[in-house]
Design a protein. Sequence first.
Length: 273
Amino acid sequence: MDNIKIGFLGAGNMAQAIAGGMLASGVVKASQISATARTEEGLKKMRDMGVSGNLDNLKLVSDNNVIVLAVKPHILPSVLELVKSKVTEDKLLISVVNQTTNKEIEDMIGKKVSVMRTLPNTPVLVRSGVVVAYPGTYCSPEQTQLCKSLFEPLGLFSVLPSEDLINVASGLCGSSPAFLYMVIDAMADAGVRMGIPRKVSESLAAKAMEGSAKMVLECPEHPIQLANNVCSPGGSTIEGVYRLNRSGFKGIVMDAVIGSVEKTQGKPMNYNY
């Protein structure tokens, strides 16, 4: 991977998470990464990681063979209009831009270019993320493999069977860390309510979630069977499960994920419950 040079067009939270995860995993060195932003202040966190940064988008595209598109969707057309003359067939464009298809990017550039649409979530920063992807029309198998090699050390990497499913994954994997943080916070609050110090309670709740997720990934049983295994007849766990079910817990979680997906799909939101 020593011949790979990665340029981030955009240095926001997602770009920082991806770059940080790549550096932590050792898949590339800081000297192989550069980034641009609209202001010097916007580059501060990237530079703190040892990544070089400047405000020259044209130079960034010219100097790198992998370009990560990490700007907001409404900014992307003007950015690509500026740099498209420097985008050549040998470059791989990896897009993390929400609600923007491979074809839309190809059309903005106006020539045959290799685009890989991806959706990472922020836990890639700690190498426990999820990255789903779908290759564009001109993306070769070798370029797909390159994208996999760059992102697989950051967590679970999956090429989806349809680009439309990236919008679904946005709610399932992209938004869900926020929901899970809220669950951890609620569990920690309960621990505090019952006498456990705040920091201890947060750590216990987070570790319980981490271990449960690891069980789901590594054990053959269905998640519900794993839950059943913890429930003794008439015990404390089944009492908690009963209260979750009584409150409509599963429906609430499903509704949150589906709402996030539908928002990504551009469907009108209806808040009449």
